[in-house]
Design a protein around this ligand. Structure first.
Ligand code: ZN
Length: 417
Protein backbone atom coordinates (compact mmCIF):
# COMPACT_ATOMS: atom_id res chain seq x y z
CA UNK A 1 0.00 0.00 0.00
CA UNK A 2 1.31 3.49 -0.76
CA UNK A 3 2.25 5.67 2.17
CA UNK A 4 -0.91 6.77 3.97
CA UNK A 5 -0.30 10.52 4.22
CA UNK A 6 -3.82 11.62 5.15
CA UNK A 7 -5.69 9.24 7.38
CA UNK A 8 -9.24 9.83 8.58
CA UNK A 9 -10.95 8.19 11.51
CA UNK A 10 -14.50 7.40 10.35
CA UNK A 11 -15.86 7.79 13.88
CA UNK A 12 -14.78 11.45 14.04
CA UNK A 13 -15.96 14.61 12.33
CA UNK A 14 -13.79 16.33 9.74
CA UNK A 15 -12.77 19.02 12.20
CA UNK A 16 -11.80 16.49 14.91
CA UNK A 17 -9.27 14.57 12.80
CA UNK A 18 -5.56 14.43 13.53
CA UNK A 19 -4.80 16.43 10.37
CA UNK A 20 -7.27 19.16 9.49
CA UNK A 21 -8.26 19.58 5.85
CA UNK A 22 -10.13 22.51 4.36
CA UNK A 23 -13.37 23.48 2.60
CA UNK A 24 -12.31 26.63 0.77
CA UNK A 25 -9.58 27.56 -1.76
CA UNK A 26 -6.95 30.01 -0.53
CA UNK A 27 -3.18 30.28 -1.18
CA UNK A 28 -2.44 30.70 2.55
CA UNK A 29 -3.80 27.30 3.59
CA UNK A 30 -0.56 25.49 4.51
CA UNK A 31 0.17 21.95 3.31
CA UNK A 32 -0.64 19.05 5.64
CA UNK A 33 2.11 16.88 4.14
CA UNK A 34 4.87 17.00 1.55
CA UNK A 35 5.35 14.41 -1.20
CA UNK A 36 8.10 14.11 -3.80
CA UNK A 37 7.84 13.71 -7.57
CA UNK A 38 7.51 9.97 -8.24
CA UNK A 39 5.90 9.30 -4.87
CA UNK A 40 2.73 7.22 -4.52
CA UNK A 41 0.55 8.00 -1.55
CA UNK A 42 -2.88 7.25 -0.09
CA UNK A 43 -5.38 9.89 0.98
CA UNK A 44 -8.66 9.29 2.82
CA UNK A 45 -11.60 11.52 1.92
CA UNK A 46 -14.76 12.33 3.85
CA UNK A 47 -17.98 12.41 1.87
CA UNK A 48 -18.77 15.99 0.95
CA UNK A 49 -21.31 16.63 3.75
CA UNK A 50 -19.09 15.08 6.43
CA UNK A 51 -21.68 12.54 7.55
CA UNK A 52 -24.77 14.77 7.64
CA UNK A 53 -26.66 12.52 5.21
CA UNK A 54 -27.85 9.25 6.70
CA UNK A 55 -29.01 5.85 5.42
CA UNK A 56 -32.77 6.15 5.93
CA UNK A 57 -35.96 6.70 3.94
CA UNK A 58 -36.46 10.42 4.52
CA UNK A 59 -35.01 13.33 2.56
CA UNK A 60 -35.14 15.68 5.54
CA UNK A 61 -31.33 15.64 5.67
CA UNK A 62 -31.11 16.63 1.99
CA UNK A 63 -33.65 19.42 2.60
CA UNK A 64 -31.44 20.67 5.46
CA UNK A 65 -28.12 19.86 3.74
CA UNK A 66 -25.36 22.09 5.20
CA UNK A 67 -24.20 23.59 1.90
CA UNK A 68 -22.01 26.21 3.54
CA UNK A 69 -19.76 23.45 4.91
CA UNK A 70 -18.81 21.79 1.61
CA UNK A 71 -16.56 20.35 0.28
CA UNK A 72 -14.59 18.71 3.04
CA UNK A 73 -11.26 18.37 1.19
CA UNK A 74 -8.18 16.37 2.07
CA UNK A 75 -4.92 18.28 1.78
CA UNK A 76 -3.27 20.41 0.64
CA UNK A 77 -0.31 18.24 -0.32
CA UNK A 78 2.88 20.07 -1.21
CA UNK A 79 4.85 18.56 -4.06
CA UNK A 80 8.52 19.16 -3.56
CA UNK A 81 10.02 21.27 -6.35
CA UNK A 82 6.72 22.33 -7.97
CA UNK A 83 6.69 26.01 -8.90
CA UNK A 84 4.25 28.36 -10.58
CA UNK A 85 4.32 27.69 -14.33
CA UNK A 86 4.90 23.96 -13.95
CA UNK A 87 2.38 21.29 -14.74
CA UNK A 88 1.60 18.90 -11.92
CA UNK A 89 1.08 15.37 -13.22
CA UNK A 90 -1.31 13.35 -11.06
CA UNK A 91 -2.05 9.67 -11.67
CA UNK A 92 -5.08 8.10 -10.02
CA UNK A 93 -3.71 4.67 -9.11
CA UNK A 94 -6.75 3.48 -7.23
CA UNK A 95 -9.90 4.90 -5.67
CA UNK A 96 -12.64 3.22 -3.68
CA UNK A 97 -15.13 3.36 -0.84
CA UNK A 98 -14.13 3.13 2.80
CA UNK A 99 -12.68 -0.38 3.09
CA UNK A 100 -15.17 -1.65 5.62
CA UNK A 101 -18.40 -3.60 5.23
CA UNK A 102 -20.95 -1.87 7.36
CA UNK A 103 -21.12 1.44 9.05
CA UNK A 104 -22.98 4.66 9.53
CA UNK A 105 -21.04 6.72 6.97
CA UNK A 106 -21.68 7.02 3.26
CA UNK A 107 -18.92 4.96 1.66
CA UNK A 108 -19.23 2.09 4.11
CA UNK A 109 -21.23 -0.19 1.84
CA UNK A 110 -23.62 2.51 0.69
CA UNK A 111 -23.89 6.00 -0.79
CA UNK A 112 -26.62 8.48 -1.65
CA UNK A 113 -27.99 10.68 -4.39
CA UNK A 114 -30.07 13.72 -3.53
CA UNK A 115 -32.32 16.17 -5.25
CA UNK A 116 -31.73 19.48 -3.52
CA UNK A 117 -34.73 21.65 -2.83
CA UNK A 118 -34.92 24.81 -4.87
CA UNK A 119 -34.43 26.85 -1.71
CA UNK A 120 -31.31 24.98 -0.62
CA UNK A 121 -29.05 24.19 -3.53
CA UNK A 122 -31.33 23.70 -6.50
CA UNK A 123 -30.15 21.67 -9.46
CA UNK A 124 -30.20 21.36 -13.22
CA UNK A 125 -33.98 20.81 -13.35
CA UNK A 126 -34.95 22.72 -10.21
CA UNK A 127 -37.91 24.40 -11.95
CA UNK A 128 -39.50 20.99 -12.47
CA UNK A 129 -38.16 19.43 -9.25
CA UNK A 130 -38.31 22.05 -6.46
CA UNK A 131 -38.48 19.59 -3.53
CA UNK A 132 -35.85 17.52 -1.74
CA UNK A 133 -35.61 13.78 -2.40
CA UNK A 134 -33.03 11.13 -1.65
CA UNK A 135 -32.07 7.68 -2.90
CA UNK A 136 -29.73 5.44 -0.94
CA UNK A 137 -27.61 3.05 -3.04
CA UNK A 138 -26.12 -0.19 -1.75
CA UNK A 139 -22.75 -1.37 -3.02
CA UNK A 140 -21.94 -4.99 -3.83
CA UNK A 141 -18.46 -4.99 -5.31
CA UNK A 142 -18.69 -2.51 -8.18
CA UNK A 143 -22.48 -2.76 -8.50
CA UNK A 144 -25.00 -0.25 -7.14
CA UNK A 145 -28.68 -0.94 -6.44
CA UNK A 146 -31.26 1.10 -4.53
CA UNK A 147 -34.37 0.28 -2.56
CA UNK A 148 -35.55 3.73 -3.66
CA UNK A 149 -35.12 3.16 -7.40
CA UNK A 150 -36.22 -0.43 -8.13
CA UNK A 151 -35.54 -2.28 -11.36
CA UNK A 152 -31.99 -1.07 -12.02
CA UNK A 153 -28.45 -2.09 -11.14
CA UNK A 154 -25.30 -0.69 -12.66
CA UNK A 155 -21.55 -0.74 -12.49
CA UNK A 156 -20.11 2.28 -10.74
CA UNK A 157 -17.09 4.06 -12.16
CA UNK A 158 -15.60 5.42 -8.97
CA UNK A 159 -13.92 8.81 -9.26
CA UNK A 160 -13.14 11.95 -7.27
CA UNK A 161 -15.60 14.73 -8.13
CA UNK A 162 -13.07 17.30 -6.99
CA UNK A 163 -9.30 17.70 -7.20
CA UNK A 164 -7.15 20.72 -7.84
CA UNK A 165 -4.17 22.89 -7.05
CA UNK A 166 -4.22 25.98 -4.85
CA UNK A 167 -4.84 29.35 -6.52
CA UNK A 168 -2.34 32.18 -6.29
CA UNK A 169 -3.52 35.37 -4.57
CA UNK A 170 -3.97 36.98 -8.01
CA UNK A 171 -5.99 34.09 -9.35
CA UNK A 172 -8.17 34.04 -6.24
CA UNK A 173 -8.85 37.77 -6.68
CA UNK A 174 -9.79 37.13 -10.31
CA UNK A 175 -12.31 34.47 -9.23
CA UNK A 176 -13.83 36.69 -6.57
CA UNK A 177 -14.12 39.65 -8.96
CA UNK A 178 -15.72 37.83 -11.83
CA UNK A 179 -18.08 35.72 -9.71
CA UNK A 180 -19.00 38.76 -7.62
CA UNK A 181 -19.87 40.66 -10.80
CA UNK A 182 -22.18 37.83 -11.87
CA UNK A 183 -23.90 37.72 -8.48
CA UNK A 184 -24.38 41.50 -8.64
CA UNK A 185 -26.54 41.13 -11.77
CA UNK A 186 -29.24 39.40 -9.67
CA UNK A 187 -28.17 39.28 -6.02
CA UNK A 188 -31.44 37.88 -4.65
CA UNK A 189 -31.84 35.02 -7.10
CA UNK A 190 -32.89 31.64 -5.67
CA UNK A 191 -30.90 29.50 -6.19
CA UNK A 192 -28.01 32.01 -6.33
CA UNK A 193 -26.01 32.67 -9.51
CA UNK A 194 -22.74 31.89 -7.69
CA UNK A 195 -21.48 31.41 -4.15
CA UNK A 196 -19.47 34.27 -2.65
CA UNK A 197 -16.83 33.71 0.07
CA UNK A 198 -18.36 32.89 3.46
CA UNK A 199 -16.17 32.98 6.55
CA UNK A 200 -18.44 31.55 9.23
CA UNK A 201 -18.40 27.94 8.00
CA UNK A 202 -14.93 28.07 6.45
CA UNK A 203 -12.50 25.36 7.54
CA UNK A 204 -8.99 26.51 6.74
CA UNK A 205 -6.65 23.72 7.79
CA UNK A 206 -3.48 25.04 9.40
CA UNK A 207 -4.18 28.76 8.93
CA UNK A 208 -3.62 30.35 12.36
CA UNK A 209 -7.00 30.72 14.09
CA UNK A 210 -6.73 34.48 14.46
CA UNK A 211 -6.47 34.70 10.64
CA UNK A 212 -9.56 32.62 9.88
CA UNK A 213 -11.84 35.64 9.66
CA UNK A 214 -9.71 37.45 7.08
CA UNK A 215 -8.72 34.37 5.08
CA UNK A 216 -12.27 32.99 5.24
CA UNK A 217 -13.72 36.21 3.89
CA UNK A 218 -11.47 35.93 0.80
CA UNK A 219 -11.32 32.17 0.30
CA UNK A 220 -13.21 30.77 -2.67
CA UNK A 221 -16.04 28.28 -2.29
CA UNK A 222 -15.38 24.86 -3.74
CA UNK A 223 -18.56 24.25 -5.74
CA UNK A 224 -17.44 25.44 -9.18
CA UNK A 225 -14.71 24.03 -11.38
CA UNK A 226 -12.12 26.69 -12.19
CA UNK A 227 -8.61 27.13 -13.66
CA UNK A 228 -7.16 24.92 -10.93
CA UNK A 229 -9.40 21.96 -11.76
CA UNK A 230 -11.64 21.89 -8.73
CA UNK A 231 -15.13 20.43 -8.73
CA UNK A 232 -15.14 19.25 -12.33
CA UNK A 233 -17.36 16.22 -11.64
CA UNK A 234 -16.09 14.26 -14.63
CA UNK A 235 -17.48 10.76 -14.40
CA UNK A 236 -14.60 9.15 -16.32
CA UNK A 237 -11.99 10.65 -14.01
CA UNK A 238 -11.47 7.22 -12.55
CA UNK A 239 -8.71 4.74 -11.78
CA UNK A 240 -6.06 4.97 -14.49
CA UNK A 241 -6.64 8.67 -15.17
CA UNK A 242 -3.71 11.06 -15.53
CA UNK A 243 -4.30 14.78 -14.98
CA UNK A 244 -2.07 17.76 -15.72
CA UNK A 245 -2.83 20.64 -13.37
CA UNK A 246 -1.47 24.16 -13.75
CA UNK A 247 0.67 25.13 -10.75
CA UNK A 248 -0.03 28.58 -9.28
CA UNK A 249 1.83 28.46 -5.93
CA UNK A 250 5.10 27.00 -4.70
CA UNK A 251 4.57 23.31 -3.97
CA UNK A 252 1.36 23.21 -6.09
CA UNK A 253 -0.69 22.40 -2.93
CA UNK A 254 -2.94 19.70 -4.31
CA UNK A 255 -6.24 18.86 -2.59
CA UNK A 256 -9.07 16.46 -3.34
CA UNK A 257 -12.37 15.01 -2.13
CA UNK A 258 -16.02 14.50 -3.08
CA UNK A 259 -15.64 10.85 -4.05
CA UNK A 260 -18.40 9.36 -6.18
CA UNK A 261 -19.25 5.67 -6.56
CA UNK A 262 -20.91 6.53 -9.87
CA UNK A 263 -22.30 9.53 -11.72
CA UNK A 264 -24.17 10.40 -14.89
CA UNK A 265 -22.77 13.05 -17.22
CA UNK A 266 -23.73 16.46 -15.86
CA UNK A 267 -24.32 15.26 -12.28
CA UNK A 268 -27.72 16.76 -12.95
CA UNK A 269 -29.40 16.72 -9.55
CA UNK A 270 -26.38 18.67 -8.13
CA UNK A 271 -26.20 16.16 -5.26
CA UNK A 272 -26.34 13.97 -8.26
CA UNK A 273 -23.62 11.41 -8.12
CA UNK A 274 -23.57 8.56 -5.63
CA UNK A 275 -21.80 10.43 -2.87
CA UNK A 276 -19.46 8.59 -0.56
CA UNK A 277 -16.31 8.75 1.52
CA UNK A 278 -13.33 6.56 0.72
CA UNK A 279 -9.69 6.48 -0.24
CA UNK A 280 -7.65 7.52 -3.26
CA UNK A 281 -4.13 6.44 -4.20
CA UNK A 282 -2.17 8.97 -6.21
CA UNK A 283 1.23 9.38 -7.83
CA UNK A 284 2.62 12.79 -8.69
CA UNK A 285 5.27 14.18 -11.01
CA UNK A 286 6.20 17.59 -12.39
CA UNK A 287 6.69 18.93 -15.92
CA UNK A 288 8.93 21.95 -15.36
CA UNK A 289 7.61 24.99 -17.20
CA UNK A 290 4.86 22.83 -18.64
CA UNK A 291 2.17 25.50 -18.56
CA UNK A 292 3.94 27.52 -21.25
CA UNK A 293 5.35 24.52 -23.12
CA UNK A 294 1.89 23.05 -23.62
CA UNK A 295 -0.19 26.22 -23.55
CA UNK A 296 -2.03 25.05 -20.44
CA UNK A 297 -2.61 28.36 -18.72
CA UNK A 298 -6.09 28.16 -17.41
CA UNK A 299 -7.41 24.66 -17.31
CA UNK A 300 -6.43 21.18 -16.31
CA UNK A 301 -6.10 18.62 -19.08
CA UNK A 302 -6.51 14.96 -18.48
CA UNK A 303 -6.37 11.47 -19.89
CA UNK A 304 -9.46 9.60 -18.69
CA UNK A 305 -9.11 6.24 -17.03
CA UNK A 306 -9.72 3.12 -19.10
CA UNK A 307 -11.91 1.54 -16.43
CA UNK A 308 -15.55 1.71 -17.36
CA UNK A 309 -18.61 -0.51 -17.62
CA UNK A 310 -18.91 -2.58 -20.74
CA UNK A 311 -22.31 -1.25 -21.82
CA UNK A 312 -22.92 -1.53 -25.52
CA UNK A 313 -26.62 -0.86 -26.08
CA UNK A 314 -28.05 2.59 -25.52
CA UNK A 315 -31.42 4.30 -25.65
CA UNK A 316 -30.86 7.97 -26.45
CA UNK A 317 -33.10 10.99 -25.98
CA UNK A 318 -32.60 14.33 -27.66
CA UNK A 319 -33.52 17.89 -26.82
CA UNK A 320 -33.35 21.21 -28.63
CA UNK A 321 -33.04 24.79 -27.45
CA UNK A 322 -36.76 25.45 -27.22
CA UNK A 323 -38.20 26.17 -23.77
CA UNK A 324 -41.08 24.19 -22.27
CA UNK A 325 -43.25 27.23 -23.05
CA UNK A 326 -42.33 26.98 -26.70
CA UNK A 327 -39.95 29.93 -26.84
CA UNK A 328 -37.11 29.64 -29.33
CA UNK A 329 -33.63 30.20 -27.88
CA UNK A 330 -30.42 30.58 -29.87
CA UNK A 331 -28.10 27.54 -29.70
CA UNK A 332 -28.59 27.18 -25.94
CA UNK A 333 -26.95 23.85 -25.14
CA UNK A 334 -27.74 24.06 -21.43
CA UNK A 335 -31.42 24.22 -22.35
CA UNK A 336 -31.20 21.49 -24.97
CA UNK A 337 -29.56 19.13 -22.46
CA UNK A 338 -32.32 19.96 -19.96
CA UNK A 339 -34.90 19.09 -22.59
CA UNK A 340 -33.13 15.83 -23.46
CA UNK A 341 -33.06 14.85 -19.77
CA UNK A 342 -36.73 15.80 -19.32
CA UNK A 343 -37.62 13.64 -22.33
CA UNK A 344 -35.78 10.70 -20.77
CA UNK A 345 -37.55 11.29 -17.44
CA UNK A 346 -40.99 11.49 -19.09
CA UNK A 347 -40.24 8.27 -20.94
CA UNK A 348 -39.19 6.40 -17.77
CA UNK A 349 -42.42 7.38 -16.01
CA UNK A 350 -44.27 5.23 -18.58
CA UNK A 351 -42.60 2.23 -16.93
CA UNK A 352 -43.94 3.15 -13.49
CA UNK A 353 -41.15 5.32 -12.13
CA UNK A 354 -42.00 8.58 -10.44
CA UNK A 355 -40.38 11.60 -12.11
CA UNK A 356 -38.13 11.95 -9.04
CA UNK A 357 -36.94 8.34 -9.29
CA UNK A 358 -36.08 8.88 -12.96
CA UNK A 359 -34.26 12.15 -12.17
CA UNK A 360 -32.26 10.47 -9.38
CA UNK A 361 -31.38 7.62 -11.75
CA UNK A 362 -30.06 9.99 -14.44
CA UNK A 363 -27.89 11.72 -11.85
CA UNK A 364 -26.41 8.51 -10.50
CA UNK A 365 -26.14 5.95 -13.31
CA UNK A 366 -23.34 6.11 -15.92
CA UNK A 367 -25.45 7.86 -18.55
CA UNK A 368 -23.67 9.67 -21.37
CA UNK A 369 -24.49 13.30 -22.17
CA UNK A 370 -23.45 14.74 -25.51
CA UNK A 371 -23.44 18.02 -27.35
CA UNK A 372 -24.57 16.42 -30.56
CA UNK A 373 -25.02 19.59 -32.63
CA UNK A 374 -24.08 23.15 -31.72
CA UNK A 375 -24.17 24.91 -35.13
CA UNK A 376 -27.58 24.27 -36.63
CA UNK A 377 -29.19 27.64 -35.98
CA UNK A 378 -31.29 28.25 -34.00
CA UNK A 379 -31.39 24.85 -32.31
CA UNK A 380 -28.59 23.24 -30.41
CA UNK A 381 -29.12 19.48 -30.11
CA UNK A 382 -28.10 17.68 -26.93
CA UNK A 383 -28.54 13.98 -26.31
CA UNK A 384 -28.54 11.75 -23.28
CA UNK A 385 -27.72 8.06 -23.70
CA UNK A 386 -29.09 5.52 -21.22
CA UNK A 387 -27.42 2.11 -21.11
CA UNK A 388 -30.17 -0.45 -21.81
CA UNK A 389 -28.34 -3.10 -19.77
CA UNK A 390 -28.77 -1.32 -16.41
CA UNK A 391 -32.50 -2.08 -16.37
CA UNK A 392 -33.88 -5.38 -15.08
CA UNK A 393 -36.50 -5.12 -17.85
CA UNK A 394 -36.40 -4.17 -21.50
CA UNK A 395 -36.75 -0.37 -21.56
CA UNK A 396 -36.92 -0.11 -25.34
CA UNK A 397 -40.14 0.89 -27.13
CA UNK A 398 -42.02 -2.06 -28.60
CA UNK A 399 -45.56 -2.94 -29.57
CA UNK A 400 -45.82 -5.14 -26.44
CA UNK A 401 -44.56 -2.54 -23.95
CA UNK A 402 -44.03 -0.74 -21.77
CA UNK A 403 -43.18 -3.18 -19.03
CA UNK A 404 -44.40 -1.80 -15.68
CA UNK A 405 -42.27 -1.86 -12.58
CA UNK A 406 -44.21 -1.94 -9.33
CA UNK A 407 -44.73 1.78 -8.71
CA UNK A 408 -45.26 1.20 -5.01
CA UNK A 409 -41.83 -0.24 -4.36
CA UNK A 410 -39.26 1.97 -2.85
CA UNK A 411 -40.37 5.40 -4.00
CA UNK A 412 -37.90 7.85 -2.47
CA UNK A 413 -39.43 9.86 0.29
CA UNK A 414 -39.86 13.60 -0.06
CA UNK A 415 -38.78 15.84 2.72
CA UNK A 416 -41.47 17.43 4.84
CA UNK A 417 -42.01 20.83 3.30
ZN1 ZN B 1 -20.13 14.97 -5.24
Amino acid sequence: MPEHVFKLDSSKKFTEQEKLGHNRWHPEIPPVATVKPGDSFRVDCREWFDGAIVNDDSAQDILDAPLLTVHTLSGPFRVEGAQPGDLLVVDILDVGPIPQEEGPLAGQGWGYTGIFSRNNGGGFLTEQFPDAYKAVWDFAGQTATSRHVPGVSFTGIIHPGLMGTAPSADLLATWNNREGALIATDPDRVPPLALPPEAEHAILGGVPKDEWGRVGSEAARTAPPRENGGNQDIKNFTKGSRVFYPVFVDGANLSMGDLHFSQGDGEITFCGAIEMGGFIDLRVDIIKGGMETYGVSENAIFMPGNVEPNYSHWLAFSGTSVTLDGEQRYLDSHLSYQRACLHAIDYLTKFGYSPEQAYLLLGAAPIEGRLSGVVDIPNSCSTVYLPVEIFDFDPRPSSAGPFQIDPGIGAPVAANK
